[in-house]
Design a protein around this ligand. Structure first.
Ligand code: CA
Length: 235
């Protein structure tokens, strides 16, 4: 029998936590529910969940504090669910190490997809951090060939520049996950790189002209306005 992944739901609104728990249980997860941050930290150290679904507006502390505290010692995947829709809230949560961010209200299939992605990424990172750097990534008609450093559309070389290739390769490595502008710039051009979203935007416009059928409504790389980019999940 398959061992079930344990998800800790940190949420003070009972109707929401019950709903999430019901959806996850129906889809093969074990769940635990806590209402506050202190309780969450205790449960995390005593029960070792495989993933945390974290609300930000908790009665005893801000969810961001829970996030910071967990990230001091653990890479445990954390999906933030929050009513806060501000870009800076999303950026803050992602920069403090949240694996993903969902704005309430969200659909059940979206929640399940984000949870699957977050768990898969942690497993991949643990088993071999180089794994996504070789071989191929495919989603729809797009293929990233990590060995040849090429992006192909329907088998044809999309002829990306080196920088364009690097951006697509990085997004492919973390497909399904939002990468913030700062993260992309840091990863590609080093920690001292001056953050300039403009350069990224220009590159992205060129990438989209080369890989998207209709650059105005992209199929492969999505913009999370004010936050960053997300590559569609692999096949
Ligand atoms: Ca709340």
């Amino acid at each position: 029998m398959k061992i079930k992944d344990k998800v800790l739901i940190v949420e003070d609104e009972q109707s929401i936590s019950n709903f999430i728990s019901m959806v996850l249980t129906a889809n093969g997860y074990d769940t635990m529910i806590v209402r506050g941050g202190e309780e969450a930290l205790t449960m995390i150290s005593s029960h070792c969940p495989d993933l945390i679904v974290l609300d930000l507006g908790l009665p005893d502390m801000d969810g961001i504090e829970v996030l910071k505290s967990v990230r001091k010692w653990s890479n445990l995947p954390i999906v933030v669910v929050s009513a806060r829709t501000h870009e800076r809230d999303k950026v803050e949560a992602l920069d403090y190490g949240a694996d993903d961010y969902l704005v309430k209200p969200f659909g059940t299939s979206e929640l399940l997809a984000r949870i699957r992605t977050a768990i898969r990424h942690t497993r991949t990172a643990l088993s071999n951090s180089q794994i996504a750097q070789s071989g191929k990534f495919t989603t729809g008609d797009l293929t990233i060939d990590y060995d040849k450093h090429q992006v192909l559309i329907c088998g044809e070389n999309a002829k990306l520049t080196v920088n364009e290739y690097k951006i697509v390769a990085l997004l492919g490595k973390y497909s399904g996950k939002v990468l913030t502008y700062d993260f992309i710039i840091r990863e590609l051009w080093g920690p001292k790189a001056k953050t300039d979203n403009q350069i990224l935007r220009v590159n992205m416009a060129n990438i989209r002209r080369k890989i998207e059928k209709n650059p105005g409504t992209p199929e492969y790389i999505f913009t999370e306005v004010g936050v960053g980019y997300r590559m569609r999940e692999g096949d």
